[in-house]
Design a protein around this ligand. Structure first.
Ligand SMILES: Cc1cc2nc3c(=O)[nH]c(=O)nc-3n(C[C@H](O)[C@H](O)[C@H](O)COP(=O)(O)OP(=O)(O)OC[C@H]3O[C@@H](n4cnc5c(N)ncnc54)[C@H](O)[C@@H]3O)c2cc1C
Length: 488
């Protein structure tokens, strides 16, 4: 006998920082909604469980990377990966969300049926390979933005000739011994900038090889303002106060970078020069060709990278790689670098909604041809929201707003008896542009696989907490683009 599959009101996909936050929002704001979290891996935490390289840490402040409902309490503004993972798992345990997580469930397909007003979900059990089918009224994708099975690795010539070890930070071997070894780190992004000083603590020497420089700002790892606020205000007020303070100052710095790039370039250069030995070639190694915030800004907590350069344990080489050799790297300049270990901190492979195949009423959804609605839903795709954070501020700032909005949307549908909400673009003058407005290589490489944002709200993505706060928290749910239908 064929029994009908399990039905849930909401399926959250992914048990990382966003998925746990989304579940807590549902529990608090939509207590009657039934839900589960399907997580492909055998652990929660997402990014903060996957990445295990030495020194892994946040590169934005924890007051805004933490949840609004559970403010980050420590004055440690930049936190290590372990501390962030503990924060996520503690949140899941304290809120009881952990009981709703089904590990080892990778969602592979979601097919919407307007007739039934529900999604048919197909998931694969990653332990047994079995197929699991359920139905749900709404899908909330909290799948992050990159592939978990592999990082990005350019096709460097001669990699197979290298006699030492090649390691990608996304799959760091827990037993990799680098003490006393000569290490080359290829890359100039947040991962390379984090890894180089961390490895240099015990390695014989670390050379960071970059094709071109990145903006790096030295910042105190503990925030003196947070410490002062923590002394003056009770924890219930200190958390939100610090979150707003950081959200606004980060936004202010971004705006300054957009409007006065030359001023910001000078400020950053002056600060970096102060941390480096006299006569250091800042122009070659730390003066990017792009404007501040055209790509994500890196930080060096307490100037760790610059300290390591100053004490000689790290050197930076700005050059192009010609080929790997038996002993290291041959650079385009003709210089050769020797190493025992080469770390390819060459980035992520971006992926939208965890690679889930979407289908609406029997038709496959071509994600790349769709506009995003309010940075969280897809044009023409009913009852599906996606947690996508900011590129110019902490991810959670936006995801918190998205979670709150989804709860309001679900409550509105329940109150009006509508079973379907579909963003529809009726404005022919709205043109599409890339969703993630950064010029970084990893963003450019995958832009064609991502949906677009439009030239006007609600299709435009603000990348501004203040504007989104107004649009998503303070304004109503109903607008001309959102169609509520399918009354039950
Ligand atoms: C090294 C590193 C440092 C970072 N530092 C910062 C920072 O300081 N500040 C900041 O704002 N951002 C940072 N980011 C971005 C970071 O990923 C986000 O801040 C945040 O962790 C994203 O949380 P998430 O839950 O949305 O996604 P993730 O952490 O990626 O979690 C997604 C989860 O979904 C699961 N999943 C994916 N697809 C499926 C599927 N089809 N079925 C079932 N489950 C699925 C994954 O297994 C994973 O557990 C960093 C990223 C990296 C890689």
């Amino acid at each position: 006998m064929n029994s009908s599959p399990e039905h849930l009101d909401v399926l959250i996909v992914g048990a990382g920082l966003s998925g746990i936050g989304a579940a807590r929002y549902l529990q608090a704001r939509c207590p009657r909604v039934s839900y589960a979290i399907f997580e492909a891996r055998d652990a929660i935490g997402g990014t903060w469980d996957l990445f295990r390289y030495p020194g892994v840490r946040s590169d934005s402040d924890m007051f805004t990377l933490g949840y609004s409902f559970r403010p980050w309490q420590s004055p440690q503004v930049i936190a290590g990966g372990d501390a962030i993972l503990t924060y996520i798992t503690d949140t899941a345990a304290e809120t009881g969300v952990d009981g709703r997580i089904r590990l080892g469930h990778q969602v592979v397909r979601a097919s919407w049926s307007t007739g039934e007003a529900r999604w048919h979900i197909v998931a694969r059990r990653t332990d047994t390979g079995e197929t699991v089918e359920i139905t749900c009224g709404f899908v909330f994708s909290c799948t992050g933005y990159y592939r978990y099975d592999r990082g990005y690795l350019p096709d460097f010539a001669g990699m197979d000739r290298f006699g030492g070890m090649i390691v990608h930070p996304q799959s760091w071997p827990s037993d990799l011994g680098y003490a006393g070894q000569r290490v080359i780190v290829i890359g100039s992004g947040a991962t390379a900038v984090t890894l180089a000083p961390a490895l240099a603590e015990t390695a014989r020497h670390v050379t960071m090889v970059q094709r071109s420089p990145t903006y790096i700002a030295p910042l105190p790892a503990r925030d003196p303002i947070a410490e002062a606020v923590g002394r003056i205000l009770p924890p219930r007020q200190a958390g939100p106060a610090m979150r707003w303070f950081k959200a606004l100052t980060t936004q202010g710095f971004f705006q300054l970078s957009q409007h006065r790039p030359e001023l910001v370039k000078r400020m950053v250069r002056r600060q970096i020069s102060r941390h480096l030995p006299a006569g250091y070639d800042v122009d070659t190694h730390f003066t990017p060709r792009y404007n501040p915030w055209d790509q994500r800004f890196c930080i060096a907590p307490d100037g760790d990278l610059f300290k390591a350069i100053s004490n000689g344990s790290v050197s930076v080489v700005t050059d192009h790689i010609d080929t790997f050799t038996e002993r290291g790297l041959l650079l385009k300049s003709g210089d050769e670098l020797e190493a025992d270990i080469i770390v390819t901190a060459t980035g992520l492979e971006l992926l939208f909604i965890g690679g889930i195949e979407l289908c609406v009423d029997g038709e496959a959804v071509d994600i790349a041809s769709k506009l995003v609605y309010k940075g969280m839903m897809l044009e023409g795709v009913p009852n599906l929201a996606v947690a996508v954070g900011y590129t110019n501020a902490s991810w959670t700032l936006k995801c918190d707003l998205t979670c709150n909005y989804v709860c309001r949307l679900l409550n509105h549908m329940q109150a009006t008896g509508m079973r379907q909400c579909t963003p529809v673009n009726r404005d022919g003058s709205v043109s599409g542009r890339p969703l993630l407005g950064l010029t970084s290589g990893y963003v450019q490489r995958s832009a064609h696989r991502f949906p677009k944002q439009g030239s006007r709200f609600p299709w435009q993505v603000h990348q501004s907490y203040l504007r989104d706060y107004r649009a998503l928290r303070l304004r109503g749910i109903r607008d001309q683009a959102m169609v509520f239908s399918n009354q039950g």
